[in-house]
Design a protein around this ligand. Structure first.
Ligand code: GMT
Length: 380
């Protein structure tokens, strides 16, 4: 099948899911065409089945804000015709789904049928999408896509709660490629980070407010009082400066390292003992799943779809948003006893296998097949 994937080119979240999905589809023999405003972060190699089409911005003095949606729709029309795409899979509703609908209408007038699969990822529904400035277009785009998927049951529920949706939403959870995310022997890393054999806690994110990274620092400060430990903060974003200042006031600054954006995240996760995810809301928590695949248990909030990934008392613990004392107590419970830590690490790996890419990929292929053959025509 010739598949168009429209996504953000970002380091984490929906961009990574879209990229990893496209790579896996290409490995199975599909031809995959990525359409984005720059090269997706994890797409830095040659594969004869993978193509990247950059949406280049045409600037004009009148446009204070570049009409990206228009440029994207035009690009989609061009690529669908040129490469005879069978289906378009758009990741993150805003503005990818509405741009794809516009492209579908244009193509349809030229006798070209191009079904659209929209995957909802999280903030496109729970944060940004439900705001009245976006809601009518997001509702319309969901209702008029040929198929809609959400990355967790929780996100599906939130979508029905926040929008007027008259459409089936298939839950297809995020996934892990175990050929990449596997614990590796990186003793030299461990020695460099924790020379006294301290425990290593880690957090990775895009450093947005929704992640509540100040809670990561607060939890760590409490844990460090009881257990010799280090904290790695990986990623970058708008909150980084504020968090660096907070660290300096926390009294544990010398035990915290900011690593910035990292490409080979699995190598660092391989030496870590505990992953901290303190988000206000999280539709799935892919970063936690990646940690679990590298045998790292998770201390997290119980918001959104996280409980579908991190199992309380098995792969880690769940606490209410903002309850840093509970999170710290849970972290200590796991870290203070080697046997307990070992058990949680093994459980984390086992749970991650439930999200093996080989189990999830066929679910997307089935949806593509249904919309392409029209076997399940769900458009309103
Ligand atoms: O976490 C972010 O802010 C990025 C965002 C995205 O769409 O790029 O992530 C969302 O999608 C991920 C992949 O499906 C999920 O694992 C994240 O939980 C979700 N983020 C939120 O819901 C806050």
């Amino acid at each position: 099948m010739n598949i168009g994937i429209v996504c953000y080119p970002t380091f984490g979240g929906s961009g990574v899911v879209a990229t990893e999905l496209g790579k896996a589809l290409a490995a199975k023999g599909h031809q995959v065409h990525f359409i984005s405003y720059s090269q997706p972060a994890r797409l830095d190699f040659f594969n004869p089945n993978i193509f990247f089409h950059e949406v280049s911005i045409y600037k004009y003095p009148l446009f204070e804000y570049v009409p990206y949606e228009t440029i994207l729709a035009s690009k989609i029309v061009d690529i669908v015709k040129q490469y005879k795409l069978n289906v378009l899979h758009v990741h993150y509703a805003i503005p990818h789904a509405s741009a794809a609908l516009m492209a579908r209408s244009i193509l349809s007038e030229q006798g070209i049928h191009t079904p659209i699969v929209t995957t909802l990822h999280g903030t496109d529904i729970t944060l940004v999408g439900k705001d009245p400035t976006y809601e009518p277009v997001v509702s319309y785009s969901i209702n008029h896509s040929d198929a809609v998927t959400a990355v967790s049951e929780s996100l599906k529920k939130d979508t029905y709660a926040n929008f007027h949706i008259e459409k089936d939403i298939h839950v297809i959870p995020n996934f892990i490629d175990f050929s990449r995310f596997v614990k590796q022997k990186k003793e030299h890393f461990k020695k460099a980070i924790a020379p006294q054999n301290e425990k290593i806690l880690v957090h990775t994110s895009n450093f947005r407010k929704v992640k509540r990274i100040e809670d990561v620092v607060k939890v760590f400060a409490l844990v460090a009082k009881k257990i010799p430990s280090k904290l790695l903060l990986i990623g970058d974003g708008p909150e980084r400066t504020h968090i660096e200042l907070l660290c300096r006031e926390s009294g544990v600054c010398d035990k915290i390292t900011f690593l910035g954006k990292q490409d080979q995240i699995e190598e660092i996760l391989s030496v870590c003992d505990l992953f901290l995810l303190t988000s206000e809301t999280e539709s799935f928590g892919l970063a936690a799943l990646e940690a679990m695949a590298c045998e790292v248990p998770v201390i997290s909030t119980d918001s959104g779809g996280i409980p579908e990934v991190n199992i309380h008392g098995v792969t880690g613990y769940l606490s209410h948003v903002g309850d840093v004392k509970d999170m710290a107590a849970n972290a200590v419970k796991i870290l203070k006893d080697e046997k307990v830590l070992k058990k949680f690490k093994a459980n984390a790996l086992k749970q991650a296998h439930a999200f093996h890419i080989n189990k999830i990929l066929p679910k997307y292929e089935k949806v593509y097949d249904e919309v392409v053959t029209g076997r399940k025509k769900t458009r309103k």
